[in-house]
Design a protein around this ligand. Structure first.
Ligand SMILES: [Zn+2]
Ligand SMILES: [Zn+2]
Length: 358
């Protein structure tokens, strides 16, 4: 028996060695393996195109503070034949590509405001949706000022666009597809929601939030066949999110743990680092996790997802500190968002499926 086991182990080792030798020395074996890897990576995550559900994917849950685990603000919403990006911060595209999410039929980008961490990844999303087949200029909805920001991107990338059209041909990269089409959304006052899109069962409403001195700053609500998701954008605690988020299935809310940021500020101050001032300043225009929970309760939302997570949460203890006090105001129906969180909301159901795309 022992001899048999030894022989079997030896045979397995020989096979492993032969396999490794093939991989190491044989170009045809290497190519075959690469082909399989490419195939796996190129497969689109077509589940998000199912028209019988509202699909929300978090492609960036971070902030301007460097965080290796989180890209800057980025979300994708798939609703029937439409795909919208909500904010487009740095690194968002890398996540979208890594999760194999289709963007060729991107209907538009919704910008909550123009802080860098919400717009700095826009050129990457624009370029890649252009390469994926978008022929028309990319519609970008945002507060007044969106025309200035888009004119800036158009100018900054005009040479790049020219190189790409010249290299790949206008049949592949249409001239129009290189451009942005800014659409100014004017919300007159706090009590008025402005419908900026209403077609094919998808309704998108913009409303005011409080991110002073950034004015105006918007939240968005997206409704599709009875299911709904609300984005607070960047805001301090503002019950306007609850007013316009009434009965929403999901609220994705920015949340900064000020009790943790305080400690970071103290640490920087002790080292004489001038950025300690930033740690104090930023605390007056974001909601805390507890405040976001109060807003979600007022809205009667089924699920609250913390996003725009500040500070970095490198482990379970940090997450616990981040959530301190939340369960005192909201017993269930909340979670810390992460890059790769996919929420699937089937039409005609109350269900919210959470799927990890990482
Ligand atoms: Zn931000
Ligand atoms: Zn902001």
């Amino acid at each position: 028996m022992r001899r048999f086991v030894a022989a079997a182990v030896a045979a397995i080792l020989v096979l492993l060695a032969a396999g490794f030798a093939g991989l190491w020395f044989s170009p045809s074996v290497q190519d075959a393996m690469l082909r399989r890897v490419v195939e796996a990576n190129m497969a689109f995550n077509d589940a998000v195109l199912d028209p019988d559900a509202l699909h929300v994917v978090l492609c960036g849950t971070g902030s301007p503070m460097p965080d290796p685990d989180r890209a800057q603000a980025c979300h994708l919403v798939y609703a029937g034949e439409h795909v919208f990006a909500v904010d487009a911060g740095l690194g968002g595209w890398n996540r979208i590509a890594a999760f194999g999410l289709p963007v060729g039929n991107l209907s538009g980008v919704l910008l909550t405001h123009f802080h860098s961490d919400h717009i700095s990844g826009l050129p990457d999303i624009a370029l890649n949706s252009w390469a994926s087949g978008r022929r028309e200029a990319l519609a970008v909805y945002g507060p007044p000022g969106v025309e200035t920001v888009m004119a800036g991107f158009d100018l900054a990338y005009s040479l790049d666009d020219g190189y790409r059209i010249a290299h790949h041909g206008p049949d592949f990269f249409s001239e129009q597809g290189a451009n942005y089409r800014p659409i100014i959304v004017d919300v007159p006052d706090r009590d008025t929601g402005v419908t900026l899109f209403d077609a094919d069962g998808v309704t998108i409403t913009a409303f005011l939030v409080n991110h002073e001195p950034v004015e105006p700053a918007y939240g968005f609500r997206i409704d599709y066949r009875g299911r709904s998701v609300v984005f607070s954008g960047d805001t301090k605690q503002d019950f306007n999110v609850a007013t316009f988020g009434k009965g929403a299935d999901v609220i994705i809310h920015d949340a900064m743990a000020t009790h943790m940021v305080d400690l970071l500020g103290e640490g920087l101050a002790e080292r004489g680092d001038r950025r300690s001032k930033v740690m104090y300043d930023i605390q007056d225009y974001h909601a805390t996790p507890v405040e976001a929970a109060e807003v979600a309760n007022e809205a009667g939302a089924k699920l609250l997802v913390f996003s725009h997570v500040v500070p970095r949460l490198p482990n379970a203890i940090a997450e616990r500190v981040y959530l301190r006090g939340v369960s005192d105001v909201r017993k269930r129906g909340f979670m810390i968002g992460y890059d790769g969180l996919y929420l699937r909301l089937p039409v005609g159901s109350e269900k919210i499926e959470t799927i990890d795309l990482r």
